[in-house]
Design a protein around this ligand. Structure first.
Ligand code: CP
Length: 295
């Protein structure tokens, strides 16, 4: 049994193992697993929740989904006691999405006899999205050594950035960021960022691939951008900026049209958005297999 809480716990060898399993699954080699898996989704989700549910079912695992309003956490039960309940019920795994940062987690993980898989915790980590984005870029580009990847937008609140960027660097890519200073964490260079662009158009000249991030309004205690229209003008993907993108652009979804990007660009030639969604299924199946079977 293994857990996946943060990509920072993974060695390159382990990431390569997960990518290899994901490729085998895409080629039709679906591993079979038995038992029960709980999906605790205490925050809204379309892609992650449905692809995890479908992954479990394709592999033979029974799924039980619990949302925040239906769980006994509303009656005061702690998250740890909720996890202990699933352990006592004999569940093999618990996949969780929560609005809070699950950190530190080492003691919790050590004391549980059920595998924990993070499907997004607050501003901290979204490891299966990070691995999906890595898988998608390697699939399209091959060797990432020297590739310049620019993250645009709400870097401060982005668990997608905190998961994707260390993995991309692990495979040789260089990472830059662009966005309003209110949405770029102070000392972002300590997170391995080599370039910060106040002017997105300069960032586009530098980058090979661009990852647009959603403005995480649900995590902002104060208004951090003057207006969505102004943000779109400065940092949104317009047709003019689309022409400047050298290779591809990505977005983890959900896209806020006319805030993150002009709506019809979602389906454009340089967009990898729906490839990310498709690959998310292979990666989540691979992570389940890696956590539940291969330990
Ligand atoms: N990218 C992502 O996590 O999407 P959902 O919130 O729809 O799962």
């Amino acid at each position: 049994m293994r857990h996946l809480i943060s990509v920072l716990d993974l060695s390159k060898e382990e990431v390569q193992q997960i990518l290899k399993i994901a490729r085998e699954i895409r080629d039709g080699k679906i591993p079979k697993l038995k038992g029960d898996v709980a999906l605790l989704f205490f925050e809204p989700s379309t892609r992650t929740r449905v692809s995890f549910e479908r992954s479990c079912r394709e592999m033979g695992l029974r799924t039980y989904t619990v949302t925040a309003s239906e769980s006994s956490t509303v009656k005061g039960e702690s998250f740890f006691d909720t996890l202990k309940t699933f352990e006592a019920l004999g569940f093999r795994g618990v996949i969780f999405r929560v609005p809070f940062v699950f950190f530190p987690y080492e003691d919790t993980v050590r004391s549980l006899g059920t595998s924990l898989i993070n499907a997004g915790d607050g501003t901290h980590q979204h490891p299966t999205q990070g691995i999906t984005d890595l898988f998608t870029l390697i699939d399209r580009i091959g060797d990432l050594e020297g590739l310049k990847v620019l993250y645009v937008g709400d870097v401060a609140h982005s668990r997608v950035f905190r998961s994707g960027s260390p993995l991309l660097r692990m495979f040789g890519a260089e990472v830059g960021v662009s966005g309003p200073r209110t949405l770029i964490p102070k000392g972002v260079e300590a997170l391995g960022v080599s370039r910060v662009f106040d002017d997105l158009d300069e960032g586009l000249e530098w980058a090979d691939v661009v990852v647009w991030l959603r403005i995480q309004k649900e995590r902002q205690r104060e208004k951090l951008i003057p207006s969505e229209e102004g943000y779109f003008r400065q940092f949104g993907l317009t047709k003019e900026r689309y022409a400047k993108i050298k290779r591809f652009f990505m977005h983890p979804g959900p896209v806020n049209r006319e805030v993150d990007m002009e709506g019809d660009l979602v389906y454009s030639e340089k967009s990898l958005i729906y490839e990310q969604v498709r690959n998310g299924l292979f990666v989540r199946m691979a992570v389940l297999r890696w956590c539940l079977e291969d330990g």
